[in-house]
Design a protein around this ligand. Structure first.
Ligand SMILES: Nc1ncnc2c1ncn2[C@@H]1O[C@H](COP(=O)(O)OP(=O)(O)O)[C@@H](O)[C@H]1O
Ligand SMILES: [Mg+2]
Length: 326
């Protein structure tokens, strides 16, 4: 039996941008096992959010998608994404900013109950009961009282719990998390991570967790995909990637320190800026910032190549890492 829940092969997303078109996601390949948590790391603008949005079908108008997305419902092997009805059934997403993602004109309980009402046809009373039960499930104190509140009456941490409850309300097989803790205080961040970890184990969900912060991914994810300039440049088990990165960008990301300004995802410690999708450099896109770059890097055709059964890299000069232990 095929154990994969999701397979993404050579995903390309082209968007209209100021009269021109850009391809900010340009050859992303990912696979996700059932029950697995995959972390996607990369600087701001590398295409993480667009990749998640394509998986849940939330791309902006005018977006053109190429490549192959397959998603498994039930026990069958993954089938082409276009043939599955993922909306409200198999996949949910939580975003970084619960305040902008939660409809401000609906009471918290109604927000959480909306999915079950639409997708399962639950009546008002039963949906309200489900909402309160979910709020209790995600650790919201006094859920009956809070169900009658508006989103702006809750703290950032509680709003993020409401978003998680909303995401869980349709009993997804796959939860997509787009920097869900980035806007929160560190202690609240830890609580939300703990909650996601616990939910994942007890509900047996798969998770794709996007963050620019590798430490956060290390806590939750057993596998990592590192993105740079619209491409996945390295994949592998988290511990292996941490102890011996196979791509210079991964190494740079690991030795850089996330900014103390929690709302920005700028990284201190990597020279230069990630390239703009309007002008990706030829060959290896990281080469202009890479301390190991050689002449042939700018000519190399990008390919993610397996280096072992579980790992792959897009770097053509992995010999620079040979024999090094970190
Ligand atoms: N709706 C859009 N129209 C035009 N360009 C976009 C749109 N959404 C994102 N982009 C561009 O695509 C690139 C990748 O964006 P995104 O996926 O949000 O990156 P990340 O989540 O890694 O920060 C960025 O350069 C961004 O400016
Ligand atoms: Mg993003």
């Amino acid at each position: 039996m095929n154990e994969h829940l999701l397979e993404v092969a050579d995903l390309k997303i082209t968007l209209p941008a100021g009269g021109a078109t850009i391809t900010p996601v340009d050859g992303v390949s990912l696979s996700l096992g059932r029950g697995e948590a995959l972390g996607i790391a990369g600087e701001s603008g590398s295409g993480k959010t667009l990749t998640l949005k394509s998986i849940i079908g939330l791309l902006p108008p005018g977006a053109f998608v190429e490549g192959d997305l397959r998603f498994a419902l039930g026990d069958q092997a993954p089938i082409p994404y276009a043939a599955t009805d993922v909306h409200g059934r198999g996949i949910s997403i939580i975003f970084q900013e619960p305040m902008t993602a939660l409809n401000p004109t609906m009471r918290v309980g109604d927000l959480i109950a909306e999915g079950p009402r639409i997708h399962e046809g639950l009546g008002k009373g039963a949906a309200r009961e489900r909402a309160v039960e979910l709020m209790r499930r995600v650790g919201i104190p006094a859920p009956e009282r809070r169900a009658r509140m508006w989103p702006h009456q809750l703290s950032g941490g509680l709003r993020q719990r409401v978003m998680i409850a909303t995401a869980l309300s349709t009993r997804p097989k796959l939860l997509l998390c787009d920097e869900p803790t980035t806007a929160l205080d560190v202690s609240i961040q830890d609580q939300i991570l703990g909650l996601l970890q616990e939910i994942r184990t007890t509900l047996g969900m798969s998770i794709i967790f996007v963050s620019h912060d590798l430490a956060v991914l290390g806590e939750l994810c057993e596998r990592l995909a590192i993105m740079y300039a619209g491409q996945v440049v390295e994949t592998g088990p988290t511990e292996a990637v941490f102890s011996s990165p196979n791509h210079p960008y991964t190494e740079a990301l690991m030795t850089s320190v996330p900014s103390f300004d929690a709302t920005s995802d700028k990284l201190a410690g990597i020279e230069g800026h990630p390239p703009d999708p309007r002008s990706f450099p030829p060959g290896c896109r990281f080469a202009p910032r890479c301390r190991y770059a050689q002449d042939d890097c700018a000519e190399a055709q990008f390919r993610l190549v397996p280096t072992s059964a579980e790992r792959s890299t897009g770097c053509i000069h992995t010999e620079v890492f040979a024999g090094r232990e970190r």
